[in-house]
Design a protein around this ligand. Structure first.
Ligand code: HEM
Length: 542
């Protein structure tokens, strides 16, 4: 009876050249596996086998748009450090947060961010804060434009925000009882608010319920960057061909890319419905750039663009930089609309999902009205939620902890000399990152019930503990590359949230709503239908 070895030889090809080809193939595969997986200090880092061989594994995971859930599962399975690419690991401990992102850290943004930029095709002097890798240029831009985004600067724009918020609440009164997709509705809401803050006026998207292309454009841009980021070369080539191949007769390279990775670009295609997503904003910005204030006509700034133009007048670095001013103003939309909408959306979802929570929120607001702490019928101040609505504020913190806006690790490159993370030596050049969804559920920070929704925890913590937790708050990033738009976003959601619960009672349209997240860097619910109805205010109750 032939044994297994005999059978093996029996089926081997007889021709010498075929045998040689097979041997060469096998040898190449073995060399490739040994080289990419084993001949690196990362060989002992646990993780899925296929992930250690090529970025395709990570690309495929990312393409599901479920990174927060996938990353949480991976950490549960493999521990505080997981190898998710041949040269990429993901870590989870709070101490790693300080090492990678802390003040003075030498970890630069990784190559994933190349897909956020135009690869220099718009000229070397472009402003693209999120993707900028040249730290000298980045610091120069942020130092000069940053003053338009401080807490004090934002106070100057609040009047515009207040009138948009009032308009939005009135519009919502008219729409009472109608069912809306929560994410869509809030994108309209925040787009109007950011427009008021940035340009002093809005296109009233919430009222018209029609996207002028801006919201779709932002969404598709993030979707593209989120996935193509793993293949910077594709992005570079794509950008180059987009610029070079303007002739309609030449088959654009973009089309080839589309054919190769249809899942991403099928959605990008939709964008073509509106070739100029920022038209409304661009027209206003161009108009004001051609009618700039002079020293003698200078008035106190009323919106971000005003403030940027003031800065331009006083800072020589900004003298010939109209394109920086334009890009910075547009960044408020690209980086602010979805992120702020998602922050409010997750909170609304959490409050309606947890029985009794909305009643508590309403009771707290009503009591604050009765105690005279909140003026009835007026837009609240940014600090009101912190000072007078502790339970609602605790719900917000709990929501941001469990459902952070950014749902993938913020990728950074390990600097020269390497680093030790979670007990493993990680060589220079490796991409490392922490996912906020994982850190927000860290048991060493939030105790054993870290996975549960329990807003009361924020009312129980000592001030020391609160301070410690604040230092691990990753919602707006951390260190030198943390979010410059934080105060702008906070002005919107800290004012809007109490109003949305003061004036309305919320419910899901369906008794058992389907909750499907979609992570395109930012993470939202898709297709979650909600309704609101106007409620009597405390004064009307009494
Ligand atoms: C609730 C709303 C917001 C959240 C949760 C948020 C979150 C974040 C996070 C986590 C980062 C770090 C990204 C990274 O390290 O790659 C970031 C960066 C950034 N954000 Fe925001 N953001 C919000 C609103 C805004 C707004 C309104 C603006 C408008 C100016 C803005 C502009 C930016 C920019 C330009 C960066 C890049 C900074 C850098 O790379 O150094 N964000 N944001």
């Amino acid at each position: 009876m032939p044994n297994n070895v005999d059978l093996f030889w029996q089926y081997l090809p007889t021709s010498n050249s075929t045998a040689l080809a097979i041997t060469l193939c096998l040898a190449t595969i073995i060399c490739f596996v040994v080289f990419t997986r084993e001949l690196t200090p990362l060989r002992n880092v646990p993780g899925p086998f296929l992930a250690s061989l090529s970025n395709i594994w990570l690309f495929r995971q990312t393409k599901t748009f479920q990174r927060p859930l996938i990353d949480m599962e991976l950490h549960k399975r493999y521990g505080p450090i997981v190898r998710i690419g041949p040269k990429e690991v993901m870590v989870s401990s709070p101490s790693s947060l300080k090492t990678i992102y802390g003040a003075g850290s030498a970890f630069k943004k990784a190559d994933w961010y190349i897909a956020v930029t135009d690869c220099g095709w718009g000229g070397p002097d472009r402003l693209s804060l999120l993707g900028e890798k040249n730290m000298e240029k980045y610091r120069l831009q942020r130092r000069n434009l940053g003053p338009a985004y401080t807490v004090d600067a934002v106070k100057d724009y609040e009047e515009n925000l207040d009138s948009i918020l009032e308009q939005n609440i009135n519009t919502m009164r008219e729409q009472s009882g109608t069912a809306y997709d929560l994410d869509n509705f809030l994108n309209f809401f925040t787009s109007d608010c950011l427009s008021g803050l940035t340009l002093g006026t809005s296109k009233s998207l919430l009222k018209s319920q029609v996207d002028d292309g801006t919201i779709g454009g932002i969404h598709h841009a993030w979707m593209y960057m989120h996935v193509v980021g793993f293949f910077p070369l594709i992005h570079r080539a794509n950008t180059a061909f987009k610029v070079l191949m303007t002739s309609p007769t030449i088959i654009s390279f973009q089309k080839c890319v589309r054919a190769c990775i249809p899942a991403i670009l099928r959605r990008v295609d939709d964008e073509q419905g509106n070739p100029n997503p920022y038209k409304f904003q661009m027209d206003l910005i161009s108009n004001r750039l051609s009618n700039k204030p002079t020293e003698s006509s200078l008035k106190p700034p009323k919106d971000v663009l005003d403030k940027l133009l003031h800065l331009q007048l006083t800072r020589p670095t900004l003298k010939d930089k109209d394109h920086w001013i334009q890009s910075m103003a547009l960044t408020n939309f690209g980086a602010g609309v979805e992120t702020t909408a998602i922050t409010i959306g997750f909170l609304i979802d959490n409050i309606i999902s947890h029985p009794g929570c909305q009643q508590k929120v309403h009771a707290e607001i009503d009591q604050a009205h009765r105690d005279g702490e909140l003026p009835a019928g007026k837009v609240l101040k940014v600090r009101d939620i912190q000072d007078h609505l502790p339970y609602l504020n605790a719900c917000l913190k709990e929501s941001m902890r469990l459902h952070s806006v950014v749902g993938m690790p913020l990728p950074r490159a390990v600097p020269e000399g390497g680093v030790t993370l979670e007990g493993y030596m990680i060589p220079a050049g490796t991409t490392v990152g922490i996912n906020s969804w994982v850190l927000g559920r860290d048991k060493s920070l939030y105790s054993e019930d870290a996975e549960e929704w329990r807003p009361e925890r924020w009312l129980e913590y000592s001030s020391e503990k609160l301070k410690q937790l604040e230092s691990y708050n990753f919602s707006f990033g951390a260190g030198a590359r943390s979010c410059p738009g934080k105060h702008l976003a906070q002005a919107i959601y800290l004012k809007a949230i109490p109003m949305l619960f003061d004036h309305f009672e919320w419910r899901f349209r369906d008794s058992t709503p389907e909750k499907k997240i979609q992570c395109t860097f930012s993470t939202r619910y898709v297709g979650l239908m909600v309704q609101w109805k106007e409620r009597k205010t405390a004064v009307e109750h009494d």
